[in-house]
Design a protein around this ligand. Structure first.
Ligand SMILES: Cc1cc2nc3c(=O)[nH]c(=O)nc-3n(C[C@H](O)[C@H](O)[C@H](O)COP(=O)(O)OP(=O)(O)OC[C@H]3O[C@@H](n4cnc5c(N)ncnc54)[C@H](O)[C@@H]3O)c2cc1C
Length: 420
């Protein structure tokens, strides 16, 4: 392993690192892939709840719309290696794919491990040497390349691709080492926090509903007068506040601090306010001698029905027949726009993806090489780029990995030819 002739060393064997190594190997470079875990792609295994939503079929602007943060930086990478390219690659190694709702692509087997298996075969065919259980502890620039410190000694490389991921789900190996390496070589690392992550409630009532999941609800968010989110789906109440697919997705649209956004929950998106008012009027008169909270059972799941009157400033034990018109109108308003007061995001360690990272201004988008340190390349979540859910984040890793791999191989060849 301590070989003076490594053209390209890839640090990190996640989605981006695997693609980088495959493409550098295919371009004829001698490639070493270093992964500190006992296996490759530990995070890939848990993506899409173990099914791996590996990409999305959205094309062109439709794709970039889903990359709200520094999406323009990705144009060259997406051009170099697209969603169709990752599908062809895994299919050529026996992993067939299927398309689901929202153009999300999954392996036909619903097994994330089949994606990693295909990539492992591609790595081997590209002649990449893979070293598992090998943590890079430090790296330094030398006159004609780099020296990487590993437990087994110092390792020379003509070009290095940092693909160490972000800092979410650190148990998968993504512990932010690459930020440290990039920083020590003069790169700026922007502030990091969870992008696709649960939201903390300012109020107590959501924790009373812990574990309750609501389907077919609508979440909207505004910053000032600007609408930044409006989606239908499923959300979950937790001990800290709000989670579930709709909330996770919302979190990547929110500004920092998140409290700047006004978030509202429409519990009955399919029923216009007037119709809801008429229904409440009818139920109240038909059940005039029942408690308000009991009547609410025909509108809401039991646990929510119990607390809903108090969210409208009403007494749940009041007889339905005695509910004043003003209170009923307030109930309609609450059904159609319950304010969710959030104070922050849950910790980045729980996030699906990290926002922030190595500043893209300091990297050439067409090569993914550092503008500061020749021969240093970046790929994947380590970069200050992130996307919505739907397969876009893995596609960022595949595309940037592939481009960095090809360009690093070219760079290493130029250095090699220059030395000879
Ligand atoms: C629960 C969950 C579900 C997700 N589901 C999806 C999904 O379905 N679709 C989607 O598009 N995205 C999904 N994502 C996001 C997606 O998984 C990531 O954006 C993507 O895997 C990032 O790839 P990466 O290669 O940049 O980083 P990582 O996958 O984090 O890989 C980095 C690798 O570098 C290694 N490493 C780090 N430091 C060192 C070091 N010093 N020396 C050696 N090796 C090192 C790590 O061990 C790790 O293997 C999900 C994320 C999570 C947490």
């Amino acid at each position: 392993m301590l070989d003076a002739t490594n053209d390209v060393v890839v640090v990190g064997g996640g989605a981006a690192g695997m693609l980088a190594a495959i493409m550098a190997g295919r371009a004829g470079a001698r490639v070493l892939l270093l992964e500190k875990n006992e296996k490759l792609g530990k995070k890939v295994y848990i993506t899409g709840k173990g099914r791996c939503n590996l990409t999305n079929l959205a094309e062109g602007e439709e794709f970039f719309k889903e990359v709200p943060h520094n999406g323009a930086f990705l144009r060259s990478a997406m051009h170099a290696f697209s969603n169709r390219d990752i599908i062809s690659l895994v299919e050529s190694y026996g992993t067939r794919t299927k398309v689901e709702r929202g153009q999300r692509v999954f392996p036909e087997s619903d097994k994330a491990s089949d994606v990693t298996r295909a990539l492992t075969r591609a790595l081997s065919e590209a002649g990449v040497r893979v070293c598992l259980n090998t943590e890079v502890r430090d790296m330094e620039k030398t006159e004609d390349g780099f020296l990487l410190s590993t437990p087994e000694g110092k390792l020379p490389a003509r070009a290095v691709i940092l693909a160490t991921g972000g800092i979410s789900y650190p148990s998968t190996g993504s512990t932010g080492d690459g930020y440290r390496f990039a920083g020590s070589l003069g790169h700026t690392v922007t502030e990091t926090y969870g992008s696709l992550v649960g939201l903390i409630s300012e109020e107590k009532w959501p924790s009373l509903l812990q574990g309750l999941s609501l389907r077919n609800v609508r979440l909207t968010a505004k910053v000032g007068k600007r609408q930044i989110y409006d989606e239908l789906g499923e959300m979950l109440f937790t001990h800290f506040g709000f989670s579930g697919p709709l909330v996770i997705e919302l979190s990547s649209h929110l500004p920092e601090p998140v409290a700047d956004a006004a978030i509202r929950l429409d519990l009955k998106p399919g029923i216009p306010a007037e119709e809801l008012d008429a229904r409440l009027t009818r139920e109240f008169s038909e059940n005039a001698r029942k408690q308000l909270q009991t009547v609410m059972l025909s509108f809401l799941p039991a646990r929510m029905a119990g607390i809903f009157p108090s969210l409208c400033g009403a007494d749940g034990s009041m007889m339905a027949g005695n509910v004043p018109k003003a209170v009923r109108h307030r109930m309609v308003d609450t059904f159609k726009g319950l304010p969710l007061k959030v104070t922050g995001r849950r910790d980045v360690a729980e996030a699906i993806v990290t926002r922030g990272g190595v500043q893209v201004k300091e990297i050439t988008p067409g090569t993914l090489m550092s503008k500061k340190v020749p021969g240093l390349f970046f790929a994947g979540e380590l970069l200050d780029v992130d996307a919505h859910t739907g397969g876009f984040n893995l596609q960022i890793a595949w595309s940037t990995g592939a481009l960095a791999g090809r360009r690093a191989a070219e760079y290493a060849k130029e250095v090699h030819d220059g030395i000879q």
